[in-house]
Each structure stands twice: as C-alpha cells, then as structure tokens.
Design a binder for this molecule. Structure first.
Ligand code: F6R
Length: 234
C-alpha cells in the first residue's frame, strides 16, 4: 500500500489527478467511481483537466434502491452534477435503483463489471472502515448485492425527504470481491474523523470487522490522505 500524505483535500484532488493522468497514459479505460464528500475535489480536478474520457467506461460503486436518477438524493444524480455533465464517457454504469428485482439487478451489474474489468477504482472510506456500502461483517468474496441501510443512516437521510416512506431503506453495492478485482485502487480520506479507520486499514489486522483492511491483500493500492486522517499512523 502506497500512502501519500497531503496538506488538505484540495491537495489530495491534485494528487489524484496525477494518478488519473498516469493511468490514462498507460492505457486505462475503465474507471470505478465513488460518491460522497471525499472525491469531490478529485472530480473538480478531472473536470478542469483536459483528460478525455469519451473512449472510457465508468462503473459506480453503489446506488439507493428506489431512487430514480433524477432524484437529487440518488448517487446517479450526484455523478451527473459532479462529473458526467462535464466529462462524457462512452458508457457510465450506476446500479439501477429503480430495479426492484434484486437478483436480476445484482447479476446484471456483476456482468457489467466482468465485461469491463476495472483499471482504477476510486474509493472513499467510512468511519467504521466500510468501502462502498460494504459494512463490517461483509464477506471479502462478496459480489454485487443488496444491503439494508442501518437505522442511523436512514435517520440521517430522512432530513432530505419530505415523507418518511420516501427515505431509502436499502442500497445496491459492488461487493468487496468485486472491488478487489480492480487493477489499481485509489482510496482517499480526509479529516480527523477518518483517522481511526485509516490506522486500522493500513496497520491493523486484515479482518471483515474493518472491510477496508482487505486492501492490504491487494498488490496495487494508493492511499491519499491529509495530515488529520494520518494522525494515528505510526
Ligand atoms: C460512496 C461510498 C461510501 C463513501 C464513504 C465515505 O459511493 O461508497 O463508501 O465513500 O461512506 O463517505 P464520505 O466521502 O462522504 O465521507
């Protein structure tokens, strides 16, 4: 695991851009993407760059079940706002939150990943060590699956919705096994709230209690973190 410590999230975005440039020079064409606050500066850098993704494919990590792409709380909407409306990909895949047939949707998404082996997978990190929606306890060999959101996530999300019943209770997520098939993984994390998870991910035992610790088993991982997130590393 190569750990790069930067001053702040803006520097992190610039560092990530260098990695994308390098990967594309080396022929990378399939990019696994994440949502959340962490990758925002990376997307800003990609948008401001002259990188051309028109011959590339993107594959997103996860999506809420029940939300349409035009719902402003959906991950599809987030990707449109932060990247896709500025940079066009040949194909951009996001799990279809409107497909209520979980078996069909997860099988469809696994086929997409199989047909488009991921060259560079971007990840954020949950405070509890989750990657994608793979919470502690998720098997390391998991493929795309449907997960039930924890009550605390549902409660936190409820402020964005007018009606309680509209708050998503489930999500589709790439599995840990799917993530591990990527040739190169870039994980970013910023702020002191991520410090404990970073310490466990980089220096702790490899255990399903800390999903991101599985990355110690991957041969090509780059971690970009700021000083606050690096504070507990030896
Ligand atoms: C998002 C995702 C999540 C986030 C993680 C960190 O697609 O899969 O694992 O990366 O929850 O979220 P932020 O970046 O908001 O701190």
């Amino acid at each position: 695991m190569k750990v790069i410590i930067v001053k702040d999230q803006n520097e992190g975005g610039k560092e990530a851009l260098k990695l994308y440039e390098n990967e594309m020079q080396n022929g990378a064409k399939v990019f696994g993407l994440a949502t959340g606050s962490t990758p925002i500066t990376t997307y800003e850098e990609l948008v401001a760059s002259d990188l051309d993704f028109s011959d590339c494919v993107s594959v997103n990590l996860d999506e809420y079940v029940g939300l349409t792409p035009d719902n402003d709380q959906s991950y599809h909407y987030f990707m449109n706002e932060h990247l896709f409306k500025y940079k066009k990909f040949k194909h951009s895949y996001v799990p279809d939150g409107t497909n209520m047939d979980a078996a069909a949707e997860t099988a469809r998404y696994d086929k997409i990943i199989e047909k488009n082996p991921i060259d560079l997978q971007l990840l954020g990190l949950g405070r509890n060590g989750h990657i994608g929606f793979n919470e502690p306890g998720t098997p390391f060999d998991s493929t795309t699956h449907k997960i039930k959101l924890t009550q605390s996530t549902i409660d936190a999300n409820s402020r964005f919705f007018n009606r309680e019943e509209d708050v998503p209770k489930e999500a589709y997520s790439m599995g840990i096994g799917s993530i591990m098939t990527a040739k190169h993984i870039l994980l970013e994390a910023y702020g002191d709230k991520k410090a404990e998870a970073i310490q466990k991910m980089v220096q702790g035992p490899v255990t399903t209690d800390v999903p991101a610790s599985v990355l110690q088993n991957h041969p090509n991982v780059t971690v970009i973190i700021d000083e606050a997130a690096a504070a507990l590393l030896d």
